[in-house]
Design a protein around this ligand. Structure first.
Ligand SMILES: [Zn+2]
Length: 121
């Protein structure tokens, strides 16, 4: 299950950022995920729960924003969103897709950290 290793990478990056920010913990991690990134969302969420165990991110929520598949058609000279990743043709003219412009994203966008609730002496 390669989603688990992806989740581990994400957790590593997020935890490093949380440590830099001197966070006590992390509440929410926001991720952009393209429909064509080759990642199964449910598997990633499952892997995330495993990967966060024992880290600053344990118990945090992974919020995934789905990004659509965006293609560019040289015939129409415009970008379009594809409703499905099963049909690689321009929804306007029906020509085969020549270029994929979006939908492969897999990136951490932001996170909500838990700061120290009180100052220790
Ligand atoms: Zn077209």
């Amino acid at each position: 299950m390669h989603e688990l290793s992806i989740a581990c990478d994400l957790v590593e990056i997020a935890e490093a950022a949380a440590r830099t920010a001197h966070a006590e913990g992390v509440a929410v991690v926001n991720l952009k995920l393209g429909v064509f990134a080759g990642v199964v969302k449910e598997a990633l969420l499952f892997g995330y729960d495993i990967a966060t165990k024992g880290t600053l991110l344990e118990g945090s929520l992974l919020k995934i924003e789905d990004l659509p598949l965006v293609i560019y058609c040289s015939t129409c000279n415009q970008e379009s969103q594809l409703p499905s990743i099963q049909f690689f043709e321009c929804p306007v003219c029906g020509n085969p897709v020549t270029e994929i412009r979006g939908g492969k994203e897999l990136e951490l966008t932001s996170m909500e950290i838990i700061e120290h609730a009180y100052q220790t002496a």
